[in-house]
Design a protein around this ligand. Sequence first.
Ligand code: NDP
Length: 234
Amino acid sequence: MARSVLVTGGNRGIGLAIAREFARAGDAVAVTYRSGQPPEGLFGVRCDVTSTADVDAAFGKIEAEHGPVEVLVANAGITRDTLLPMMKEETFTDVIDANLTGAYRVAKRATRGMLKLKRGRIVLISSVVAMLGSAGQSNYAASKAGLIGFARSVARELGSRGITVNVVSPGFVETDMTAELDEAYQEQIRKNIPLGRYASTQEIARVVGFLAGEDAAYITGAVIPVDGGLGMGH
Ligand code: NDP
């Protein structure tokens, strides 16, 4: 039977590839989007994950359309890069609010339905920089590292209810987020990646699909790197 799947930030980039992967497998997929139009062929709900009211309203619409969310992918995320001495407090807290507290908001709301269903899959999209660190990204890396502690705690809370919580840690992926980086810096990054290239969005999406599928039934609290070897050793 088609599962009710929600991918936050599923209107573009990695999130869209994840949403398309679930749709291809026959699931009923909803995505959140903030502006513009929802992607064709997917059920789009307008939602800013920094707003609890938005999150609650989005879940209400999805539940009415597809039933309770059984697979949640918390993918929405932002960067606001700057070195610490220049980083304004709101530049730090805005990134935490979107990336970490946003994941808390959607995961908390999703567990309401999952606890009743007695099953569920939660996948959080972190980053290789969570463990590696990244100059100019102390806010982003802190938010992404926070997701790991959050996931592992919730995995312990919900394991007995048939709910798994896992983290996917992409390295550099071909998206708008990385297109913003200057070409010389991108070349330097590629040199440090054992596989010598960025990931495609599909390569991240397939791992998320695996974690949400039957074959991953006994995996919870795991952090799966999909980074071409960039983060090896962490
Ligand atoms: P993009 O910048 O291409 O897309 C980000 C998505 O998140 C968009 O759909 C955006 O919506 C949404 N979003 C951002 N803030 C909010 C918010 N407050 N409420 C709702 N939606 C929001 O990013 P990527 O596809 O590259 O990244 C997706 C995830 O993967 C992020 O969590 C990112 O940190 C992570 N990641 C990316 C890597 C990369 O190399 N690209 C590497 C490692 C991790 P909108 O279109 O409305 O702005």
